[in-house]
Design a protein around this ligand. Structure first.
Ligand SMILES: C[S@@+](CC[C@H](N)C(=O)[O-])C[C@H]1O[C@@H](n2cnc3c(N)ncnc32)[C@H](O)[C@@H]1O
Length: 242
């Protein structure tokens, strides 16, 4: 699989993720879904800095957080309740050796869009399916291509104060739109240091995602609007068929 972007894998940038994206009200919908389906054993794929994993573990769920970016996992491990979570470096295919049987697998923060190639996406869906109990749930979001959200992603250089008092200047520029792929560059300046991260995301439409889920042994039970980003994202709830 593709290496994670510097934004997640460089310790200096991973440390900024929660500072720059500090409104995590998007996670409330996922906590509600976990309650709704009664899941207790959960795997958080692409858990990043662990914001959801630690919240779930605090409710008494057994949580495995998986991410290929060690620097993001290090941020996660320093959070309150991190000791309640099992952290694993890797992508979903790492789960295959573990032979787990989870009630629910989740991917928040549009992790589904990092799988640019058909092979990586297919390998991920197959590994998730193999890691769920029969009728276990796979819940994730992806941005709707028709909303063309990338048209609002450019950010002029903006100063952000970090928890330690340093000031970072962050700028973002979409450099290529070749739907379904969108590429953007983020530049973060801290003192004399300029840290760049290049990202490519894939936008899959609803029909494509539903077809891919069915092809990998899932039944699509519901497709919802993300309550915090109405019209922009879809949240898929699928169950693993035997
Ligand atoms: C936008 S972040 C979302 C993190 C977290 N889920 C959240 O809601 O804050 C995307 C995450 O996907 C991870 N990632 C990149 N490639 C991946 C892969 N092949 N498998 C799983 N996760 C991956 C990155 O390391 C990063 O932590």
């Amino acid at each position: 699989m593709r290496e994670p972007d510097a934004a997640f894998a460089d310790p200096r940038l991973a440390a900024l993720y929660d500072v720059l994206d500090n409104d995590r009200s998007d996670l409330d919908a996922y906590l509600a879904i976990v309650d709704e389906v009664g899941a207790r054993r959960i795997v958080d794929i692409g858990c990043g800095t662990g914001s959801l994993a630690v919240r779930l573990a605090a409710t008494g769920c057994s949580v495995l957080g998986v991410d290929p970016a060690e620097a993001s996992l290090d941020v996660a491990r320093a959070k309150p309740n991190a000791e309640l979570v099992t952290w694993l470096r890797g992508d979903a295919t790492r789960l295959l050796d573990l032979h787990i049987s989870a009630d629910l697998a989740v991917m928040t923060g549009n992790v589904a869009q990092v799988f640019v190639s058909d092979n990586d996406w297919s390998d991920t869906l197959a590994a998730v399916h193999a890691s769920l109990r029969p009728d276990g749930w796979f819940v994730f979001e992806t941005r709707r291509p028709e909303a063309r959200d990338w048209e609002h992603w450019d950010i002029a250089p903006t100063a952000v104060t970090l928890p330690n008092g340093d000031v970072a200047t962050v700028a973002r520029c979409v450099t290529e739109v070749a739907v379904p792929l969108v590429r953007f560059e983020t530049s973060t300046t801290i003192g004399e240091e300029v840290l760049d991260s290049t990202s490519t995301l894939r936008f899959r439409g609803r029909e494509e995602v539903e077809r891919d889920l069915r092809d990998h042994g899932f039944r699509v039970v519901d497709v919802r609007d993300a309550p915090d980003r109405p019209g922009k994202e879809l949240v898929f709830l699928a169950s693993a068929q035997q």
